[in-house]
Design a protein. Sequence first.
Length: 293
Amino acid sequence: MKNSVTFPEVKIGNFVVSKASPTFIIAEIGINHNGSIELAKKLIDMAKNAGCDAVKFQKRTVEVVYSKAELDMPRESVFGTTNRDLKNGLEFSYEEYKEIDSYCKSRGMLWFASCWDEQSVDFIDNFNPPCYKIASASLTDDNLLKHTRSKGVPILLSTGMSTMDEISHAVDVLGKKDLIIFHCTSTYPSEHCEINLNVIPELEREFGCLVGFSGHERGLVPSEISVVKGAVAVERHITLDRTLWGSDQPASLEPEGLYRLVRDIRNIPIICGDGKKVVYEREKPIIKKLRRV
């Protein structure tokens, strides 16, 4: 898993993310809390109990991110009959985020957010996040990239539905300091033929940055393989139950799946070893038993 290229370390809170460090594992709560602070707390507990390093939310200023026409569109949901009802219902207030911040601190859990507009960046900045995530949908928004970078903390750049030229432009805007690029495919859930994990070493070669993986697949295997391919961080959506209301739920991990993912990722460096071929002590009795000469 080691690379001959020297990559800079990125410090996120008390964690040092590097090629030599344990994989930084992010549980994305996103909007799977469905507007419930109690459900959000249960998801934070789920991430903590599984051994994740951080949880991530999504923050939007609804009237900025969406047009009036889009917000006025009819859409049935648990929040009402329009798209506006839905989008507003999924946003937490300042007081609710204060509660989230306090709860995460009580559990020793880092938290941060993907902010979809400049006002949301300023809103989340009140809580001194250890980093910001740029959502794939925002990769081409230069003003948002510059505003997020102005906060002076590490940036995690998601690259779903983006070309290499678009990624290169975003990296030019952000600069490479304290930057982790996340390989990602923006389909929910992603089919195996869409995941293309060989892009991870290609991103490393092209930009000389640390690379992570933001997965939306069913199951665990692609996220686990991403670590072998060089990902220093892995992000997955989480849920208490994939049958809950919400478009992100089907591509999310339930508690048992998240526990297994964290367990397997932590075991990958042990399984890969140091690359030096040796005869292990437990093999020596087998030599005596099976070899003729």
